[in-house]
Design a protein. Structure first.
Length: 133
């Protein structure tokens, strides 16, 4: 579902906005999503087995690292994103910021204004670092 939504986005900035909205829509009361994303990124045997299971299930695009790699690579190819930044670096930076946002939302004590401000700064930080000038 997330991957199909991402494919319909016209550029990297729209993709990031979409991912932030997906987190808004799905993270409330679901701390398991943060644990799952962390586990997928884990280099331990459990993380490797989980990634292997997803790949065998023909769910390659379900893996956050893979779909982010795809949208970032597309942005680099189109000239929207800076070519001098390594794609693995950009992928991990976006993942860390998305997880940061999910953890922020899981706190549950934030006002709507604080949530929108956090999302705005996070989004702007990604865009300022990655977009070509």
């Amino acid at each position: 579902e997330v991957w199909s939504g991402l494919q319909s986005k016209g550029n990297f900035a729209e993709s990031i906005e979409y991912l932030l909205q997906c987190i808004d829509d799905n993270v409330k009361g679901k701390s398991c999503i943060v644990r799952f994303a962390t586990l997928l990124m884990d280099k331990s045997e459990i993380g490797k087995k989980l990634r292997s299971l997803l790949e065998r299930q023909e769910c390659n695009n379900c893996h956050p690292e893979l779909f982010l790699k795809n949208i970032i690579a597309r942005g680099v190819e189109t000239g929207e994103l800076r070519k001098e930044l390594p794609v693995p670096y950009m992928v991990r930076m976006v993942i860390s910021k998305l997880i940061s946002y999910a953890v922020f939302l899981l706190d549950g004590k934030n006002t709507e204004e604080e949530k929108e401000q956090f999302k705005k700064y996070l989004y702007q930080g990604i865009i300022d670092e990655f977009l070509t000038k």
